[in-house]
Write a protein that binds this ligand. Structure first.
Ligand SMILES: Cc1cc2nc3c(=O)[nH]c(=O)nc-3n(C[C@H](O)[C@H](O)[C@H](O)COP(=O)(O)OP(=O)(O)OC[C@H]3O[C@@H](n4cnc5c(N)ncnc54)[C@H](O)[C@@H]3O)c2cc1C
Length: 378
């Protein structure tokens, strides 16, 4: 570290972005506190597909061995037809965006990934507090004064808002942006992994826009079906099971195995796709937003988590090598905005082509362009 670099950082949010930034900063000798609004054990969610560029950052964090042990890596992508046999149309090598030594993609259970990152933060010396939030932020030229919901206070060189799509930090900075629904909703289920599922296959069309699945471990996987966004609130467990199973009846091949495993409503999740992209700057003075707090894409390219990790890695690199000030923020935006923006816009475009049933859609071309972009280190 040089003399004027940040020596104390507060991170709000111990999700993917927050933990990654905290681990890298703490390993470089910065004193890092995290506050997370949820209890430690509450990390929930379905599965996540970590593309190679996400794996590259996880490897940089020093958690590759744990990721490899608990996740399920694969190097090919299948495209199947939504017909009576789930006909395999093509099996293609998936882009190795993290380099030749890492799998093209890896599925993981979200709670497993969260627990692993929080543990790595503990080991790096990060001080994490759960069920705690920032209540006030006030800054001057030299630092940020923070009050917390547990009544404590602190002063930090920099505050990182990594508190997700509904970011309270973003609101506290007076940035008036709300994610907009894209028109699609997704049913997801976590279940045990049949032997027939060893990679992601995507089915475009049929009753939904996309149906797919991803192995997340030797014994687990998640499957999903994307439909027009609709009000699915207030459904009973029985109704949720019925809807997901009846949608799944329209897909075959490995889906015939999956359907029989959709038995536990507590493992089914329904959510709308949303999107937003903050224009520059992502900081106000010494407070900066990363991950979903700064940009959200519909998961049509499965890149949201990867972009959150890249934000964290680039920000940590700059905070330990440059004085906190205009040059640092300019460099951060130059490195992050074009790339995260291209991913958000590409993800939106892909979804819009499906919504419009656009015959001119160049899906392989778009996927290839984004893969080429994210293959270069962030
Ligand atoms: C349906 C769906 C499927 C997806 N699939 C994929 C995929 O396959 N691959 C992929 O890479 N990405 C995927 N994503 C995107 C990915 O989940 C997000 O981009 C990623 O989780 C963003 O990480 P984050 O750390 O910025 O935010 P989060 O993961 O949301 O973490 C934010 C954290 O902040 C905490 N928090 C919230 N408010 C406060 C507060 N006031 N104070 C303190 N803490 C707070 C939250 O509890 C949470 O722990 C998907 C998204 C959706 C919606």
């Amino acid at each position: 570290m040089t003399q004027d670099t940040a020596t104390s950082v507060l991170v709000a949010g111990s999700g993917i972005a927050g933990c990654a930034a905290a681990i890298l900063l703490a390993k470089a000798g910065v004193a890092v506190d995290i506050v997370e609004s949820q209890p430690r054990e509450r990390a929930s969610g379905s599965g996540i597909t970590l593309q190679g560029n996400a794996l590259r950052v996880l490897s940089h964090l020093g958690v590759w061995d744990e990721v490899a042990e608990h996740g399920y890596g694969f190097d090919t992508l299948g495209i199947r037809a939504p017909d009576d046999n789930g006909t395999l149309i093509v099996e293609m090598p998936d882009a190795k965006t993290g380099g030749p030594d890492l799998p093209a993609a890896m599925g993981m259970e979200r709670p497993v990934l969260a627990a692993m990152l929080r543990e790595a933060a503990d080991l790096a010396g990060v001080k994490s507090r759960f069920s705690t939030e920032v209540t006030t932020l006030g800054q001057d030229a030299d630092g940020v004064d923070v009050e917390f919901s547990d009544g404590s206070r602190g002063r930090y060189d920099v505050v990182i808002g990594a508190d997700g799509v509904k970011s309270a930090t973003r609101r506290a900075l007076g940035i008036d942006v709300e994610p907009a629904p894209t028109g699609m909703g997704i049913w997801r289920v976590l279940c045990s992994r049949p032997e027939s599922i060893t990679r992601t296959d995507l089915y475009y069309g049929g009753i939904g826009y996309i149906a797919g699945y991803c192995p997340t471990g030797e014994d687990s996987m998640y499957a999903y079906i994307v439909e027009d966004a609709q009000d699915r609130s207030g459904l009973s467990d029985v109704e949720r099971l019925e809807i997901m199973r009846s949608l799944a009846e329209h897909y075959h091949g490995p889906w015939d195995d999956i359907r029989a495993l959709i038995t536990d409503a507590s493992r089914i999740n329904y959510t709308w796709f949303e999107s937003h992209l903050l224009e520059e700057p992502w900081n106000r003075g010494r407070v900066v937003l990363i991950g979903d707090a700064a940009h959200v894409c519909p998961p049509t390219l499965a890149q949201g988590g990867a972009q959150a990790l890249e934000d964290a890695a680039v920000l940590a690199e700059l905070l330990v090598s440059m004085p906190v000030g205009a040059d640092l923020w300019r460099t951060f935006h130059e490195r992050r905005l074009p790339r995260a923006g291209a991913v958000v816009n590409g993800s939106l475009q892909l979804g819009q082509w499906m919504l419009d049933n656009d015959p001119a859609a160049d899906v392989p071309g778009l996927m290839g362009r984004i893969a080429a972009l994210v293959s270069a280190p962030a």
